[in-house]
Design a protein around this ligand. Structure first.
Ligand code: EPZ
Length: 418
């Protein structure tokens, strides 16, 4: 297994270009199951998760080709299968995103139940309840979801929890249902808005995406389209914090500040300068970061996917900060590893109390999930001495060439093939 070695203490200076959004790419790729013809998607990030969903889609008959850098061609005209097998779903639970489109288009789906993951149980009950409301018969057998229908019908669906992929699954399924569907308490993340835009370009009739009430008027069929994936707001936020923890000055290109208000406001409150510049921002870290309190919330609140990263900034801030994680039940796994690097953090149920220290010290640490591994990289950039991060396959799921991008900004970082 590969490791990443970092010699900390270097200020990051220069320009970095953010890749396309992982969490927009996955549902948009799944939507190829709904449409006839060849979709052309641009600005697709080169990530492990993208490769995994392509494996799942290929098994279902989607023809997948590659164009130039970042261009994918997906053609779902002829679907052949109904099954997303355990060996693929277990590596990426977002494979559940094929369930809704498959039931809508092929009227049948056999999808391995995604297990939990390091950050929580990750149930899919809301996905299943919503599909039953739309007229699917669901059975859970031998670890698989078996869904079938004579034809989906529009319905009113209320989502009990803030599920992004649940909203996306049901929105996709409803595009081919007979009649109108209303999804209430829907997720409002930019990736949901992006998916609705792609589906409407395919011929769907969706309104309200980006609010908590989404209306979908069913249509007979969808046809393929062309689209450029939005930038990854979590990667952009990770680079802003990289500038913050190294007192750097970084021009972060290809990032949409409108999708990052909560993060940018918090970083400014902590004393960073975040200035609009060209097609992105300039992030400037200052001498002493101030402690701020953070509570993760569904969009437009502070994203849970940025909690581990801003925690690193707070370990170096002046004073005490309280980070409350309201979305996932176990998303403080990075705390123990940060403590080994000299951070002063106490976890009390769903909150972490961070007491800022003068500096962190490099150490051998282990990545446990995608965003936790990003926080260990950030800590390594700031720490005195060498940090060795193992199990970096977690990082490769959601960050494209992170160590190369950081090295170009002046970080002493390299990957050791394991
Ligand atoms: C999406 O996951 C993202 N993944 C996650 O990003 C992100 O952390 C999360 O939204 C929250 O913003 C993708 O978009 C592919 P959930 P999502 O499992 O919506 C409860 C990353 O790092 N819930 O639905 O699939 C659940 O317990 C990843 O890029 C139910 O109770 O998240 C949790 O509390 C990590 N029943 C909350 O909703 C359900 O049926 C969200 O969890 C579904 C969810």
């Amino acid at each position: 297994m590969d490791k990443i070695l970092i010699q900390g203490g270097e200020r990051l200076v220069g320009e970095v270009i953010v890749s396309g959004s992982k969490n927009a790419t996955l549902p948009i790729f799944a939507s190829s199951l709904l449409a006839e013809g060849e979709n052309r998607f641009h600005g697709v990030p080169d990530l492990k998760d993208g490769k995994t969903i392509c494996e799942v889609l290929k098994k279902l008959g989607v023809k997948i080709g590659r164009g130039q850098e970042g261009e994918y061609l997906l053609d779902g005209t002829e679907l052949v299968g109904h099954e997303a097998p355990y060996n693929l779903v277990k590596t990426m639970r977002a494979s559940i995103l094929v369930l809704g489109p498959l039931v809508a288009r092929a009227k049948k789906a056999i999808i391995s139940l995604p297990g939990g993951c390091a950050i929580g149980a990750r149930p899919v009950d809301l996905h299943l309840k919503g599909l039953e409301k739309l007229g699917a018969e669901i059975q859970l057998r031998h670890g698989y979801i078996e869904a079938k229908t004579k034809g989906l019908r529009g319905a009113g669906i209320y989502l009990d929890g803030p599920t992004v992929t649940g909203t996306e699954n049901l929105m996709m399924a409803a595009t081919l249902a007979k009649g109108e569907t209303v999804i209430e308490n829907a997720a409002a993340e930019p990736e949901v808005v992006e998916l609705a835009e792609v589906l409407n370009k395919m011929g769907a009739k969706i309104s309200g995406a980006g609010s908590n009430i989404i209306r979908i008027k069913g249509v007979k069929k969808l046809t393929a389209t062309e689209h450029t994936i939005i930038p990854d707001r979590i990667e952009a936020g990770t680079f802003m914090i990289a500038a913050g923890v190294t007192r750097g000055n970084v021009h972060i290109r290809n990032c949409n500040l409108d999708h990052m208000e909560a993060v940018v406001n918090k970083l400014r409150e902590a004393g960073m300068e975040i200035l609009r510049e060209d097609d992105g921002v300039r992030a400037i870290g200052n001498k002493r970061i101030k402690s701020v309190d953070v509570k993760t919330l569904p969009y437009p609140g502070f994203p849970t996917d940025m909690q581990a990263q801003i925690m690193v900034l707070m370990t170096l801030a002046k004073g005490l900060s309280v980070l409350s994680e309201t979305i996932f039940e176990n998303r403080f796994i990075h705390v123990d590893e940060l403590r080994r690097m000299g951070a002063d953090i106490k976890v009390e149920r769903d909150s972490a109390i961070v007491n800022g220290v003068k500096g962190l010290s490099g150490a051998p640490v282990m990545a446990t999930d995608l965003r936790a591994s990003a926080s260990l990289v950030l800590a390594g950039l700031a720490a005195e001495g060498q940090t060795e991060i193992s199990r970096v396959y977690h990082l490769d799921r959601g960050y494209e060439k992170l160590e190369e991008k950081l090295a170009r900004l002046g970080a002493h970082i390299r990957r050791v093939k394991g």
